[in-house]
Design a protein around this ligand. Sequence first.
Ligand SMILES: C[S@@+](CC[C@H](N)C(=O)[O-])C[C@H]1O[C@@H](n2cnc3c(N)ncnc32)[C@H](O)[C@@H]1O
Length: 157
Amino acid sequence: MPPLMLALYQPDIPQNAGTMLRACACLGVEAAIIGPAGFPVTDSAFRRAGMDYLDLVTIQRHASFDAFEAWRATRAAEGAPRRLVLLSTRASTPYTDCVFQPGDILLAGRESAGVPDAVFAAADMTLRIPMAPPARSLNVAVAAAMVMGEALRQLGT
Ligand SMILES: C[S@@+](CC[C@H](N)C(=O)[O-])C[C@H]1O[C@@H](n2cnc3c(N)ncnc32)[C@H](O)[C@@H]1O
């Protein structure tokens, strides 16, 4: 199992998803796309869009957050639980305070709206990247890259 997974919650901007999937390929991080997405997320659609790193990244696709949670529950029942670590502008814990664990799943929110309250509540941890006021949010791919970098640094990979 790769030490880390990045899950994209209902991504709606293909260029950001492509950037994050490429980062996963380069960093050895597994990826998941939680639908519905705002664009086609099949391998052939990514290839048509020119994503040339596709063969270097393992991408799970889940039709909904419920399906993703069902998969996570199965992993836990098999004795391999995976924490859900949400990146959110609504969180209060700075991401640098998190002690990351092998198998953690970093969840990045939808570009337009983040995640709904039920998804926020389902997370085992919620993390914030502190920003200079009055900034509202980072680009999702930038946020994901910052937290992946810190998690991989801690995990020594
Ligand atoms: C453009 S932001 C979403 C903005 C949305 N209006 C909201 O309030 O959640 C897209 C995603 O990037 C991540 N993100 C952006 N800035 C962040 C920050 N400062 N701390 C943690 N996550 C951040 C989160 O996963 C967020 O859901």
